[in-house]
Design a protein around this ligand. Sequence first.
Ligand code: SAM
Length: 308
Amino acid sequence: MGRSSKDKRDIYYRLAKEEGWRARSAFKLLQLDQEFNLFTGVSRAVDLCAAPGSWSQVLSRKLRGDEAAKNVKIVAVDLQAMAPLPGVTQIQGDITKVSTAQEIIRHFEGQPADLVVCDGAPDVTGLHDVDEYIQAQLLLAALNITSHVLKPGGTFVAKIFRGKDVTLLYSQLKIFFCSVTCAKPRSSRNSSIESFVVCQRYCPPDGYVPNMSNPLLDHCYDVDFNQLDGPNRFIVPFLACGDLSAFDSDRTYPLQLDADTEYRYTHPPQPPICPSYQQACHLRKNNLLSKEGAAVNTSSQSQSKRQL
Ligand code: SAM
């Protein structure tokens, strides 16, 4: 796929580059904020699974404003290294580790956070059940770490896959938050199972001691959580945020939105700093990918092609 055909594919991808966001996902957080007013009164925020950093960019711009507010602290965590951002402290770490929670708290000088966001996603396999399960694990890890760092009354926003067992996750979140809503921003493709839980007013059960255990792994396997009823079953409202004036992420738009201006390709604001394709390119260029015999075959094949 060529550069401009990729641009044609997705309006939010293009807008992200034009506005200087590192990824199109920035619009998801911006649109969630329009609906839920996420940033009001927030000065300490954590961005879990932050790389390449577009959500951290949103936090930085929204919380620090034009003049960097002195008391604003933003901590971004990811397994991957991330290029620096103004006012954002970065931790390269795993959100399933308690040591990561401790490091976040250390950066806040012992103060809890007002807001935790998590756009975490594992590498998808294409096997839907497996992907949903792994995503659920990551969300629970984010919830666990949040219970270590979030202040009572604080907000937690996280990516969720609305698969068939999502009810269990809603029930678990509802134990910790007075209000849980599942929201789908316009910039999240309709064709994607992805949505976001917006959990407001953190209120852990009396006597709850934060820990990193995983209820899906540590408890009974033979319960059908969709069959829970009465007070054990909580139906989370689903909200499609934004109105029809926003761009439709599943539509293809012409390259020139404005008839008066000529389309110009925009380079990504922040190219990947250590992409794995770099090694693949190096291996291919130096003919190190193929086995010895195959390498000879390939070069003799291309020679005979040239002769033709
Ligand atoms: N919100 C980001 C942005 O706007 O640029 C995009 C996040 S990307 C969709 C998902 C990220 O989750 C990846 O960078 C991946 O490294 C991270 N991730 C997955 N598992 C993780 C874990 N256990 N701990 C920390 N980060 C993790």
